[in-house]
Write a protein that binds this ligand. Structure first.
Ligand SMILES: Nc1ncnc2c1ncn2[C@@H]1O[C@H](COP(=O)(O)OP(=O)(O)OP(=O)(O)O)[C@@H](O)[C@H]1O
Ligand SMILES: [Mg+2]
Length: 475
């Protein structure tokens, strides 16, 4: 018997593929074991303790993700690489969260199999194996998926999976409309905190004097007008995730207080002297260049380093054009689902037009354009002439970053246009959702105030929130 240094277990239903892997990797130093089903693979793993497992994610009788999970339970330091022809956002995030070493596209394997395997084995030898997370089997199917197949977005998905289980602060950067808030909520949804609140606060939208009390709350009589005690976001969000949007606009006076929360996990309400413990995971976002703000002394350096432990950068859409077709199809099918109609299809020319547009307002601009195109076009097939590029006010990024006001205004604009053209569009459910989300956003998730704002009872609001899958805030 040959004395091998290392053993690799390759798992795939396709035995031709396994043979190919064997030919690539088997040599005097390396032994390759194979299995075509997950149950056999797991038995081999238990018996032979391979140094590396390379597995397809679509397997029988249980999936590659489950195989990963079982293996990591058996040996938390096991090195597992998933490779699949079917790559979904969720699978990438979940597998990284369960401690996979990497997730690869199968079509890339001919080019990088040896490189990746070498890297993984070296990492193992260096005891740098992927950090062992407590695996969570429940796969949250949350409402807003993040769509993308560009290498840049795949990196983002892997990052989300890697940081989900911990509580380290995450800094999300990127131009307006690139999906920063979506990433923040995905981090929350894939984390063990997912049953607790996810609250967002826009530091740029709230006047300086109110922001402190919004975040930390105040005691009765803390300042003129403070008639009652108020619980701030840090307390409402206990156990959950707080999304600090536009962190670059947080006034210097408040940055010190935030730093204290991050360092000591403590704060006190405005006008109060009781120390309150904060169990909150912070995700911050900005489209500013914070390094520059630090150099200009408008952003505290110490706070910057505290927040910037992990950075997720979202490249502008024009730098990941591979995602455009996929996003367009995703938005079309989501619109169809909402209006209970068959999905509008895209002509090849329309796709090309979308792919060549610079999208200064990024994904948000594209989403709005698609929604408008569907409403304005008469057919169930979009042609280039149906796509209103660069006409609406929202194509200007500065206008887009004004935030929530826009979507309601756009809803009205769309409604008026449809009315003017005497079109029968199933807009009402969509508007209802837009308004409900808007109300929850502007009231900071306060259901009593949202219901009042919408002129409906709290019970009706609750039903809608459930139907739309809107995050409930602690009330
Ligand atoms: N990869 C994606 N897949 C699906 N939808 C996306 C994606 N990226 C962004 N979106 C959608 O585009 C819109 C804008 O995203 P989001 O609000 O997260 O952007 P943002 O970076 O926070 O923008 P801003 O800086 O203007 O606040 C949202 O409706 C979001 O759902
Ligand atoms: Mg945002």
């Amino acid at each position: 018997m040959m004395n091998h240094h290392q053993t690799i277990l390759a798992v795939d239903p396709d035995s031709d593929f396994l043979e190919w892997v064997e030919r690539q990797l088997q040599n005097s130093k390396t032994r390759v074991l194979t299995a075509t089903t997950s149950d056999v693979a797991f038995k081999i793993f238990q018996r032979d303790k391979p140094d590396l497992v390379l597995t397809e994610s679509r397997l029988h009788p249980f999936s590659g993700l489950e195989l990963l999970n079982k293996i990591r339970k058996e040996d938390p330091n096991a090195t597992v690489i998933l490779a699949s022809a079917f790559v979904s956002t969720q699978a990438v995030i979940e597998s990284m969260k369960m401690g996979a070493f990497d997730f690869l596209r199968k079509e890339q394997l001919p080019f990088n199999l040896k490189i990746v395997v070498d890297e993984a084995l070296r990492a193992k030898a260096d005891m740098r194996a992927a950090v062992s997370f407590q695996p969570q089997l429940t796969v949250e199917q949350h409402q807003d998926s993040i769509v993308g197949q560009s290498p840049a977005m795949e990196q983002v998905f892997k990052m989300i999976g890697r940081v989900a289980a911990s509580t380290v602060p995450v800094m999300v950067t990127g131009e307006s409309g690139t999906g920063k808030e979506l990433v923040a909520s995905a981090i929350h949804h894939y984390s063990p905190r997912s049953t607790r609140p996810f609250l967002a606060i826009n530091c740029a939208a709230i006047p300086e004097n109110l922001l402190e009390s919004e975040l930390f709350g105040h005691e009765r009589g803390a300042f003129t007008g403070a008639a009652n005690q108020r619980i701030g976001r840090f307390e409402q969000c206990a156990g959950g995730t707080l999304f600090l949007d536009e962190i670059g606009d947080m006034p210097l006076s408040l940055q010190g207080k935030l730093l204290r929360v991050l360092q000591d996990g403590e704060f006190s309400r405005v006008g109060g002297n009781t120390t309150i413990h904060a169990d909150v995971r912070i995700v911050a976002a900005t489209n500013k260049n914070l390094e520059k703000e630090v150099a200009d002394r408008t952003f505290r350096e110490d706070l910057f380093y505290r927040l910037n432990v992990v950075r997720v950068h979202l490249p502008p859409l024009r730098q990941r054009r591979e995602d455009i077709r996929l996003l367009a199809e995703y938005f079309l099918s989501r619109l169809a689902a909402r209006s209970h109609t068959p999905a509008v299809r895209l002509s090849e020319d329309a796709v090309q037009l979308l792919e060549s547009h610079p999208w200064p307002g990024n994904v948000r601009e594209m989403q709005n354009t698609i929604e408008r195109a569907v409403i304005l076009a008469n057919t169930d097939f979009l042609l280039p002439k149906d796509i209103p590029l660069g006409t609406g006010t929202d194509t200007h990024p500065a206008m887009v970053s004004a935030g929530e006001e826009i979507s309601v205004r756009q809803a009205i604009e769309v409604l008026l246009k449809a009315a003017a053209e005497n079109k029968d569009v199933p807009l009402l459910p969509w508007l209802e959702e837009e308004f409900t989300r808007h109300a929850m956003r502007v009231t900071g998730g306060n259901q009593v105030r949202s219901a009042k704002l919408l002129g409906i009872t709290r019970a009706t609001l609750r039903k809608r929130l459930e139907r739309f899958g809107v995050e409930k805030a602690a009330s």
